[in-house]
Design a protein around this ligand. Sequence first.
Ligand code: AMP
Ligand code: GLY
Length: 426
Amino acid sequence: MNVLLIGSGGREHAIAWKLAQSESLGQLYIAPGNPGTAKCGRNIAISADDTDKLLDFARQNDVGFVIVGPEAPLAAGVVDVFEAAGIKAFGPSADAAQLEADKAFAKQLMRSSAVSTAEGRIFDRFSDAKAYIASRDEAVVVKAAGLAKGKGVFVCDDPADGILAAEKIMCGKIFGSAGNKVIVEDKLLGEEASILAFVDGRNIYVMESSQDHKPIGDGDTGPNTGGMGAYSPAPVVTDDLMNQIVREILVPVVDGMNRNDTPYKGVLYAGVMITGGGPRVLEFNVRFGDPETQPVLMRLKSDLLQVCLAACDGTLDQISLEWDPRPAVCVVMASGGYPGDYEKGRKITGLEEADGMQDVVVFHAGTKGNDRDIVTNGGRVLGVTALGQTIDDAKARAYRAVDKIKFDGAYCRRDIADKAIEKCKT
Ligand code: AMP
Ligand code: GLY
């Protein structure tokens, strides 16, 4: 079967790398892809949001299945377009993608499905948001309701900062129309985990747990990014806790989506805070996480293409997934300055040596060029991912690989997986 994968980030390289191992794969096309995906299939120079061209390409190249990586094309309805044309597509419809694309929709769905989340209020006028935040004397979290590339959330320990954040989002329009509405939430305390599951409309097949590292600096300091590293499994998610998350979060949400006439299929990603009072939802994403996908898929032994097809066919209950018990750690190498301004076009060396290490894969994200000459082309440049016998071993191996790779201004956090290592000691 010929497959078209849409997207160009580290997540898409990980998906392409895993799909390329499938026996039922014919040709793999990636639109637009990156130099890493070019090693797994054929990159096609069509942008991820050019639905008309993607559909023409799929028709002309006998594509039988489409897998969508990023949220923006999902929210724009790319799955609806392919399905209307009779081509199977993995991911939610535009209506169901509101679970990520409209945090107000997600909040209301959680309320009506009795899913535990932070107390929050939705505002479409700055003056109302301001009055509400000013009336509180504790920390608040202010979120743009729409898509903001993972940067639309401000955790403010002081209400005055919360008002500033709401002003930037609603009046300064720093995220454009994604900031027409804001959510003001209570700040939750605890440790975060990412729970990704395959969903076929009815059945839920949860993947191994993982944990992202959102802030730019060591010790979770500085502004939030798209994610600076991840590991899997997350020891904070015990078996009992995972069962609770499935029972109290994933099942009610999938049921709620059916009741709402927005049935859900694809990957459902719950970002949860493990609080003293149990797991509570921070956000839903309607796709694989980036960078969580890199360590999670490195641990998946089963055929990814088969499970994605089963999610589309409503047959997830007939699938069983096998996982490598070894932990995996992904360290993101970023361009200096990210998540603010950064330069592009810096030559990258040492990729082959790092990629040649056993049980290490260097997933490309913001890179450009060909095999011999690869340059930086984005904020998050590479996701250097390693399996190890223990989490300490996986971390050490990932950083050994990182240290072989050089480019001007290269930056990475040095503490990826430390929380897990600490937990494994106790
Ligand atoms: P989101 O995009 O909604 O996941 O938010 C990005 C990050 O902001 C999360 O990964 C958390 O670190 C933080 N965050 C979001 N909502 C809350 C909350 N209610 N309490 C504390 N931290 C939060
Ligand atoms: N790692 C966070 C996300 O994919 O949104």
